[in-house]
Ligand binder design. Structure first.
Ligand code: ADP
Ligand code: ASP
Ligand code: MG
Length: 406
């Protein structure tokens, strides 16, 4: 069987017309000789009756501290409703179909409620129904732990389900259908003239996704990359080819030589960060204080980003939702941090920048012309990040897009 995994996001399955368009894509794949295995997200966005955020708000209105276990049980309902509705749509159009929850589809995860990792996939049930000629529709974003608990895979996790099924079934492609035409040079909600990338490497998309381009979940990219399963990111709302995500080798064989043709693949952003600066005494006492600081934050389970360590100072950022806890831990450990709330991280990502001089100079040039101060910066072989004020974030993304892309 030639498996094709087709994943449809929340906006794609939000309306009856949308679901018929989705069904047409599935039927077209079947007519091309594929055995489609479909992964669906919950229908719609916040405010729509069965969307994930609507379900979360339903219990959070009663109790902000609902347990992650119960939250996962509730959130998993969104994809179940969506999947059953999709099966009904396909059958109405004359195509036998069957729905499987994550557990029924054999998605086995660890026990980390709301952020579970897939440990293995047992595809027997999918194979059985596919052999009977049925279109198998699987609930995205959910699995079951070895102890039998329902888990979810982190926000945007239906992509991860699709990737894991792609690997388990050795699919020809994992197609991620969404509300944009492919991977773009920046979030089109911020940059009007962002353009589609025809091809990107797994590595580039991993970096883009980790740095905030939420069009594909980073873990999904990591999973398909392990087995070189090609991924295509495309729109549910037209028939354009979208973006092919594959290895560097494939890209080199095609028309794009990334190191020559493009320095920067895309500009990304992550909002709602808080910067902390902690000052130390000089000498051995300062070193002890540094040790104490990092230990206390690690023990409190606080994840740090953008870490810069200097002899007299440590600077880092945390997500807004843990800023209060961070300040409390630092105070309890005897530190008085300087706190800058409302920051955002903007990144220029591109495999083509490796070893090329002048990229930082171009970033500083673009931002200073806009009067945007850089609060902090960091770099790796494919990415340069700058921290800016949240209010400057959109202008910073546009300025870097103009500088490097158009
Ligand atoms: P779905 O519900 O289909 O999973 P998501 O909302 O998770 O869709 O992802 C699609 C959205 O990702 C787009 O509407 C777009 O605003 C956003 N996005 C952010 N960065 C990018 C980018 N570089 N390229 C394309 N889309 C992006
Ligand atoms: N419905 C889930 C979410 O909104 C999973 C997904 O859409 O991928 O995060
Ligand atoms: Mg998504």
């Amino acid at each position: 069987m030639r498996f094709l995994v087709q994943k449809f996001g929340g906006t794609s399955v939000a309306t009856p017309e949308g679901r018929e368009r989705v069904a047409a894509k599935i039927i077209a794949a079947k007519e091309e000789g594929y055995t489609p295995v479909v992964v669906v997200s919950a229908m719609g966005r916040n405010g729509d009756p069965y969307a994930t955020d609507t379900l979360i708000n339903l219990v959070r209105q009663i109790n902000r501290h609902v347990s992650p276990r119960e939250l996962d049980l509730l959130m998993s309902c969104g994809e179940i409703i969506s999947g059953v509705v999709m099966v009904a749509t396909l059958e109405k159009m004359g195509h036998p179909a069957v729905f499987l929850t994550g557990a029924q589809a054999g998605i086995i995860t660890d026990n980390s409620f709301t952020e579970a990792r897939i440990l293995k996939v047992k595809p027997e049930a999918i194979l059985k129904h596919a052999r009977e000629g049925k279109i198998v529709v699987v609930a995205g974003f959910q699995g079951i732990s070895e102890e039998g608990e329902i888990t979810t895979l982190g926000r945007g996790g239906s992509d991860t389900t699709a990737a894991a099924l792609g690997v388990a079934l050795n699919a020809e492609y994992v197609d991620i259908y969404t509300d944009v035409d492919g991977i773009m040079t920046a979030d089109p909600r911020i940059v009007d003239d962002a353009v589609i990338r025809e091809k990107v490497t797994y590595d580039e998309l991993c970096h883009l996704a980790h740095e905030g381009a939420k069009v594909v979940h980073p873990r999904a990219v990591e999973i398909v990359m392990q087995r070189n399963i090609p991924m295509r990111v495309r729109s549910t709302f037209n028939d354009l080819p979208g973006t092919l995500v594959t290895t560097t080798g494939e890209v080199y064989k095609g028309s794009i030589d990334i190191t020559r043709d493009r320095l920067i693949t895309g500009i990304t952003h992550i909002s709602h960060l808080v910067q902390f600066k902690v000052h130390f005494d000089a000498g051995p006492d300062g070193l002890k204080q540094q040790r104490r600081l990092f230990k206390a934050l690690a023990l409190a389970g606080i994840s740090l980003d953008f870490i810069n360590v200097f002899p007299h100072q440590v600077v880092f950022t945390v997500k807004e939702e843990v800023a209060e806890k961070t300040a409390q831990v630092l105070e309890n450990t005897g530190f008085t941090p300087e706190i800058t709330p409302s920051c955002a991280k903007v990144a220029a990502v591109g495999a083509g920048m490796t070893g090329v001089p002048g990229v930082m100079a171009a970033i500083v040039d673009a931002l200073s012309k806009e009067g945007i101060p850089i609060l902090q910066c960091n770099d790796s072989y494919t990415t340069i990040w700058v921290l800016v004020r949240q209010d400057d974030m959109e202008r910073a993304v546009r300025a870097l897009h103009r500088q490097f892309i158009k």
